[in-house]
Design a protein around this ligand. Sequence first.
Ligand SMILES: [Zn+2]
Length: 111
Amino acid sequence: MSDDCLFCKIVNREIPSEFLYEDEDYVVFRDINPAAPVHLLLVPKRHIRSINDLESGHESLVGGLFPLAADMAKKEGVNESGYKLLFNVEKGGGQEIFHLHLHLIGGWRKK
Ligand SMILES: [Zn+2]
């Protein structure tokens, strides 16, 4: 938990947001500035700044994002048409919120 972190506030429901998915480790919600028809953010509840800040013990938390992404892609109906998974790392990599998250982007040409 970081006091001034937007995603921690969303995770803790201090800022209202519609979760498409939630369990004890993750939440999923839509990007407020979508880059595509489907643009989800998959967010570990635990505050980790970026991929640069991964430590021993974070493997399963980060690894769990990928099967979750596959499930969410299916729910959004883009699993067959295809999608991108993207981590932006720090400012130069386009990261805007410094709480680790995986972008799921797709839906341009759904069949
Ligand atoms: Zn945070």
